[in-house]
Each structure stands twice: as C-alpha cells, then as structure tokens.
Design a protein around this ligand. Structure first.
Ligand SMILES: Cc1cc2nc3c(=O)[nH]c(=O)nc-3n(C[C@H](O)[C@H](O)[C@H](O)COP(=O)(O)OP(=O)(O)OC[C@H]3O[C@@H](n4cnc5c(N)ncnc54)[C@H](O)[C@@H]3O)c2cc1C
Length: 403
C-alpha cells in the first residue's frame, strides 16, 4: 500500500462532476488538493449524460425542479454560473429551448475539458483507488484499497447508487452513518417502470404524448411504451415516487391522460362534434388526430367498441367510456427498472446533518458532502449536474474562505 507523505489541504472522494468542479475551484485558489476515484478515468458518468450529449444545466431553475425531504429554498439559480465555469474551460454552450448542451453535442468534450483543467492545475488524482474508509484524528486519513492519503479536510462526492457500471458505491452513506449523520430512504429515480399490463401487447413500440400521473405527481411529455414497461420523459420525472412505493410495497397504477389539453367535458364536446359532422364515419376515422393511431385503437377497444362502428350508432355511455379511457388510462405497475437503469438516486445523506451554506457536516468539522450523495434529486433537464455544481461551489467558497 502506498503511503503518501503529502498532507493535502483537501482530499475529495469521487472524481465525478461535483468532485471535479470542487477540485478545480480549490486548486485555482492555491490549495493543495487531491481526488480519489475507484474508476480508471475521471468523470466516467459525465460521458453517459444526456444520451452522450451532456445536458449540463437549464435556463428554468429553482427549487421546484428538485426533490428532498428537506426544504430546498436554499437552491439558487446558478445556471449562468455553470455556463460561465464551463466556458472558461473552452465549452461553448448550445441553448436548446433552455436546455444547455455543449455545442459539440458530445459529453466527452465536457469530461475532457474538466480533465484537462485538473491536469493543468497539477491536481493529484488517485485513480483505480476505491476509498474504503475515512478516519479523523488531528487530520483526516483516507484509506483506499491501494493508498493512504492524509488531508486537513475531506469532501465526500461519491455520488449515489445509480448506474453501477459507471462506478457507484454505498461509500458516502457509510461515511455519513459513521460520522453520526442520517441517511434517508434511497430509491431509483429518473428511470423507466416495469409493467406486465396487457395493453403493452398492443402498445409496445408506440411513442405518444400524454400527461402521466402517479398519485399526486404528474408530468407531460412523450411517453414510450415497451413490451416490458413504460419510459420517456414524463415517466422518468415521476419515477422517484414509484421507486419509494416499491420499497414500501404499496404500488399504485400509473394513469395517462392522452388528451391532457382538454378537460373531460371539452373532450366530450369534441367527440360529439366529430360524431355529428359525419354520422356515417367509422369510429377510428372519426377520432383520427386526437392521439397516436395505436392509442386510439386501444382506447376504442377498451371502451368495448368495434373499430368499424359507425359513429351514429354510439350512445352517451359509449362517449363517456371513450372520454374515460382517453383521459384516465390506467397501467398496472411492477416497480421501476432499478438503480442500475436509473439516472439518479432519490434520497441520500440527510440535509439536516449538513450546514447548507458550507456543505460541511454538522457532526464532523472539516468533512463536506456534495452532489448526488446528498438527499437532493432533480428532474430530467440538467438539474442534477447543476446540483452537483451548486453544492461543490458552496463547499469551495466555504473552504477557501476558511483556509
Ligand atoms: C445515463 C445517465 C444520464 C444522465 N444524464 C444527465 C443529464 O443529461 N443532465 C444531468 O444534469 N444529469 C444527468 N444524469 C445525472 C448526473 O450524471 C449525476 O447526478 C451527476 O453526475 C452526479 O455527480 P456527482 O459528482 O455527485 O456523482 P458521480 O458523477 O456519480 O461521481 C461520483 C464518483 O465517485 C466515485 N466513487 C464512488 N464510490 C467511491 C469510492 N468508494 N471510492 C472512490 N471513488 C468512488 C465514482 O466512481 C464516481 O466517479 C445522468 C445520469 C445517468 C446515469
């Protein structure tokens, strides 16, 4: 085992987006910093973000885009700061309706820019070093399976449990518990859901817009139906609730409103108008344009109407049934696709144990937590990388001020 003689000002566990941002900010201020990561490269997860394009922030910011057990009103709008930080590293942003990506459309550009800056600043990086423990005496001792690192301060930026193949571990939660902090329940979030619902036999492969609801949560967007479940932006955004319910074994149905742009009464009126325009038309032709063709076929069959039925033959009950299935289409659930397929972990180190101005643990001075390891998860759209930045930035400001 290597034992380094250096005593670092700060040792950061985890060279993900949060750890890298923190390391750069601290080293630029003249601090002696090191990073330790179990992966063989820095920023491995960044490569997979935004479908390989890295959606790093969003023009629409605020605590309403984040979830936690804790009040999140301390979350500031930092999207311009994220853009400016990456600009300095040579990343030019592309504004796609308020969602920011690198102009190259390649997540690798972002990862490489961070790595280049780490190298330029001469930051020591202990790669392929799985950190197994942190102990505190006068200073911190960070033990990896290959090295022992000494530092005056430590930051745990080791991420959550999602996407294990990209390098995730329970380490941050273990350390929080060791240093007498609480860890809230953990569930996969931003993940597709598993269903054996019979409707998927017909709908597999379909993409349709709709408003997806699960209990009190709902989100609009394009839904993707697969043979073993449902995914797409709106499903991902509310999946955290399904994840938590799965843990508690109290799953409910997912409901979809395929005509969310009309109320039940407006849709009823719309159907009556359509049916009165041409009574001879077959129902499927008459409904054309209201939703995806396969959705219309499924709704019609759920309403127990044959597709070639002439609309003049439909009565009020048929119309009520059509409205019901268009707007309250229920899909039974088996759960989520799990941590391995999730983009983010909901829950984490309880924010009650953290000073939210500095990100320092209340129970252990000199120990900081940033990024996904904390009990904060954002919806799709650049919010999680922005949180990783924001928390790192808070820790950097506090450490620089103190040291
Ligand atoms: C497929 C996918 C797509 C995503 N797309 C987006 C997107 O477009 N926009 C967005 O905002 N967010 C996106 N996210 C979420 C985002 O990537 C994460 O929330 C963010 O990267 C978290 O940053 P972090 O630094 O806190 O943690 P991580 O990036 O997970 O970094 C933690 C690091 O700690 C290391 N580590 C863990 N345990 C140990 C240990 N014991 N010893 C040493 N090292 C350890 C890990 O190897 C890892 O490198 C996506 C996630 C996934 C999986």
């Amino acid at each position: 085992m290597d034992s380094n003689e250096k005593i670092y000002d700060v040792c950061i566990v985890g060279a993900g987006f949060s750890g890298l941002v923190l390391a750069i900010k601290l080293a630029r201020a003249g601090l002696l910093v090191c990073l330790a990561d179990l992966n063989r490269v820095v920023g491995r997860r960044i490569l997979s973000t935004g479908n390989g394009r890295c959606n790093f922030t969003n023009r629409r910011m605020g605590d309403q885009f984040y979830y936690s057990q804790h009040d999140l009103s301390f979350i500031d709008d930092k999207h311009e700061e994220v853009i400016a930080f990456l600009r300095e590293l040579g990343i030019i942003e592309r504004d796609f309706d308020g969602y920011y990506y690198p102009i190259t459309n390649q997540a690798k550009t972002v990862r490489d820019a961070l790595e280049n800056e780490i190298n330029a600043l001469g930051i020591d990086v202990y790669l392929d070093n799985r950190v197994t423990d942190i102990a505190k005496d006068d200073i911190f001792t960070v033990t990896t399976h290959r090295s022992v690192i000494k530092a005056k301060k430590v930051c745990v930026a080791s991420g959550g449990l999602s996407a294990a193949t990209l390098g995730s571990s329970k380490f941050g939660y273990k350390m929080a518990t060791k240093f007498k902090m609480k860890v809230t329940k953990l569930a996969p979030a931003l993940v597709g859901v598993v269903s054996k619902d019979i409707c998927l036999k017909d709908l597999a492969g379909v993409r349709a817009v709709g408003k997806v609801s699960y209990r009190d949560a709902s989100c609009e967007g394009e839904i993707q139906f697969n043979k073993d479940g449902v995914s797409g932006y709106p499903v991902m955004c509310i999946s955290r609730y399904i994840g938590f319910d799965e843990l508690d074994k109290k799953l409910s149905d997912l409901t979809i409103d395929f005509v969310y742009f009309m109320t039940d009464d407006e849709l009823k009126e719309e159907l009556k108008n359509r049916f009165s325009r041409n009574g001879e038309a077959a129902i499927l032709a008459s409904l054309n344009g209201l939703s995806n063709e396969k959705i219309i076929q499924t709704v019609v069959s759920y309403a127990r109407i044959y597709g070639d039925t002439m609309v003049s033959k439909l009565d009020d009950e048929d119309i009520d049934n059509l409205v019901y299935f268009f707007k309250h289409f229920a899909i039974s659930l088996e759960g989520t696709k799990g941590f391995d397929n999730s983009q983010v972990t909901a829950g984490g180190v309880d924010l009650d144990g953290i000073d939210l101005e500095t990100m320092e643990a209340k129970t252990c001075s000199g120990m900081y937590f940033t990024g996904e390891v904390l009990d904060v998860d954002g919806i799709c759209g650049g919010y999680n990388l922005t949180w990783a930045y924001l928390s790192a930035s808070k820790a950097a400001d506090a450490i620089i001020k103190e040291v």
